[in-house]
Ligand binder design. Structure first.
Ligand SMILES: Cc1cc2nc3c(=O)[nH]c(=O)nc-3n(C[C@H](O)[C@H](O)[C@H](O)COP(=O)(O)O)c2cc1C
Ligand SMILES: Nc1ncnc2c1ncn2[C@@H]1O[C@H](COP(=O)(O)OP(=O)(O)O)[C@@H](O)[C@H]1O
Length: 307
């Protein structure tokens, strides 16, 4: 996948079939759009092109939001979905001032789309004032076809980035995964903790998350899967303050099943499968250790397999 971050000059992409959006999470609704785009591109010997923005427009416009995907995660999701060219427009306050018409003219001049595939609620240009009706109109005058993709509903939820954010902030990792089309994942470097994990027989890899805007789901204990050194393991993850050891900082820590090695400063990815319970304050480390044994059992029932 080619990544383009400069559209000051016209691009010469072969028969571009284009979609435009912020695509936070690259969830099942987004995937339906990407699928349609690829299908159309395959039918006309065209190339699937995604136009997105970085940083996320809401962050630039001062409406803070915790995001489902980092820039890198979004890139990986697009590449895996078969996108040929990814155009990441640097989003600035200046850029946000473009009217709907100016924005679409810019896209038409620099990218020359043959087809524009768009979601059901797409708003573009200043204050998202451009609607799908505008697009059909501009398509006619600027010479591209517009295809709209229907809204996707999964388990009675409208699939949208904000619904998935809400589910994760409620701790419902299972339902979030259904809407995302994959488990919600967090990647980071393994850092040192208080060395209590090994002492009680459950070493935990503590994650340092580099991106301050990455959404951290609600505190609690989760059944998880872990990518470590290129392999997938079962595990259990605690997101919390660890009241039992009187710690005061939010940590994300994972006991990886069937694994025993030093992975300090290595990067791992934790995929949250399902929430097991709330974090609690236990009277002593022995009681916590018993609880961890039960958690491991519960996690294995959810994940299937053995330690
Ligand atoms: C699956 C799991 C569940 C946990 N649940 C709790 C909990 O309910 N309460 C708590 O205080 N700490 C909990 N912890 C955190 C432990 O206190 C922590 O792993 C231990 O203090 C080791 O910390 P260290 O990695 O800094 O050495 C949990 C950890 C894991 C992996
Ligand atoms: N099965 C495992 N799961 C997680 N970490 C493991 C495992 N086996 C070994 N380790 C190593 O042990 C470290 C965690 O041990 P722990 O005593 O909890 O130390 P810390 O307090 O520094 O996290 C991890 O960072 C990793 O390097």
């Amino acid at each position: 996948m080619e990544i383009i971050t400069d559209i000051s000059q016209p691009l010469a992409l072969p028969r571009p079939v284009v979609t435009i959006g912020t695509f936070d999470g690259v969830h099942r609704g987004h995937q339906a759009i990407l699928h349609k785009m690829k299908e159309i591109a395959a039918g006309c010997n065209g190339s699937p092109v995604v136009v997105t923005f970085h940083p996320h427009p809401r962050l630039v416009l001062g409406q803070h939001v915790y995001l489902l995907s980092t820039r890198e995660e979004k890139r990986v999701a697009f590449a895996e979905s078969g996108v040929a060219h990814l155009i990441e427009i640097p989003f600035t306050r200046e850029f946000a001032k473009l009217s709907a018409e100016e924005f679409i003219q810019l896209i038409a001049q620099k990218i020359r789309p043959e087809v524009l595939v768009i979601g059901y609620d797409h708003g573009f240009g200043r204050d998202r004032s451009g609607s799908i009706e505008h697009l059909f109109h501009f398509g006619n005058t600027l010479g591209f076809k517009v295809v709209q993709v229907e809204e996707l509903i999964v388990d009675r939820h409208h699939v949208s980035s904000s619904v998935i954010r809400w589910l994760l902030q409620e701790g419902d990792a299972g339902e979030a995964a259904r809407l995302l089309g994959r488990e919600y994942s967090i990647s980071g470097q393994v850092i040192r903790g208080n060395q209590i994990g090994k002492l009680i027989g459950y070493p935990t890899a503590n994650l340092y998350v580099d991106d301050p805007d990455k959404l951290i789901p609600s505190m609690g204990v989760y059944a998880s899967r872990v990518i470590c050194r290129g392999k997938l393991y079962n595990g259990m993850t605690n997101i919390g303050m660890r009241p039992t050891i009187n710690a005061h900082k939010l940590t994300i820590e994972t006991n990886i099943f069937g694994f025993d090695d030093d992975i300090y400063y290595e990067t791992i990815t934790v995929k949250l499968v399902k929430r097991i319970r709330n974090e609690k304050k236990f009277g002593n480390l022995d009681i916590l250790k018993n609880q961890l044994r039960n958690d491991q059992q519960t996690a294995l029932e959810i994940l299937g397999g053995s330690v």
